[in-house]
Design a protein around this ligand. Sequence first.
Ligand code: MRU
Length: 348
Amino acid sequence: MKPDNVVLSDDCRSVVIIDQTRLPNHTEYLTLTEPEHFYDAIKELKVRGAPAIGICAGMGLYVIANSFGETDEEKFLSKLHNVSVYINSSRPTAVNLKHALDRVEGAAHSLRGSGVGAMLDRMHSECTAIQDEDVTMCRAIAEYGLTLVKDGDCILTHCNAGPLATSCYGTGLGTLLLGKERGYTFHAYTDETRPLLQGARLTAYELDKAGIDVTLICDNMASIVMKQGRINACFVGCDRVAANGDTANKIGTSGVAVLAKHYGVPFYVFCPSSTIDMDCGTGADIVIEERDPDEIKTKFYTEPMAPAGVKCYNPAFDVTDAELITAIITEKGICRYPYTESLAELFG
Ligand code: MRU
């Protein structure tokens, strides 16, 4: 299966993305060539989801370097570093962004002394490898996910951790999508995910398109569906996992996890191992992005839904405490509490 959400053009001069802000009503493609294009597309969530951001940024760094027209290696590497730092500053929370940029920049450094042409070739292989690996990892994550559920289960989802947010299958949605291919009948309650509605706009769209029975709820309805016994498990993706298992994901995730603990519903976090940041000790070390208050007050409304001058606090992510997470599912295996030990074991 070939990913279509982030595509490196054949001439390697641009990256073409699906503009996720236009879904579900419009499928529009954007062609990115300049550093500002990549910065803005990531900042404005035209491309979003931790792995997809990394894939896009890595390809972007290569495409931009390809246009430098620079033959001096040291000047090339210095320009490359400046662009990498700039793109990395677009969003702070997802570790995959820095991880991918460092890999592609590192690929150029690994061929120091071989000429800029060889460096560019190496960068090309590295950025396409990041996407190819993501396809394989998502598939492996989905296989592990299928060992945790049974046919007929109903899953509560938060935000979007599907193919749009990754490459193929997704992380949090991969189990449902692969299960569907294998003949399982799953049901999903998908919360809207205020304020940017990734659940309503993207997850409901992806599940519906795949023919999976999906019911949309508002974020504040998660409690009632759990209390009524409708939910067998909660599935979420994540943007950064600290070494102790504390996990940053879309704002509201922590609330879902607290409810799941209260009602005895398993709460599963799905991610590629590249989302685990062993250099980050606990969730307190994770930088939480704060976004424009207008996303709460005016976005999606025909007129403002709050007094113009009212203060707003708009953190884009929260941290779910490790104790609330039943398991973290990666392509390398399933980790359980205490995560300080199980994650360390995962990395050998
Ligand atoms: O702000 P977003 O939409 O980029 O937030 C995305 C999430 O929180 C996802 O759950 C996470 O990146 C995992 S995507 C596989």
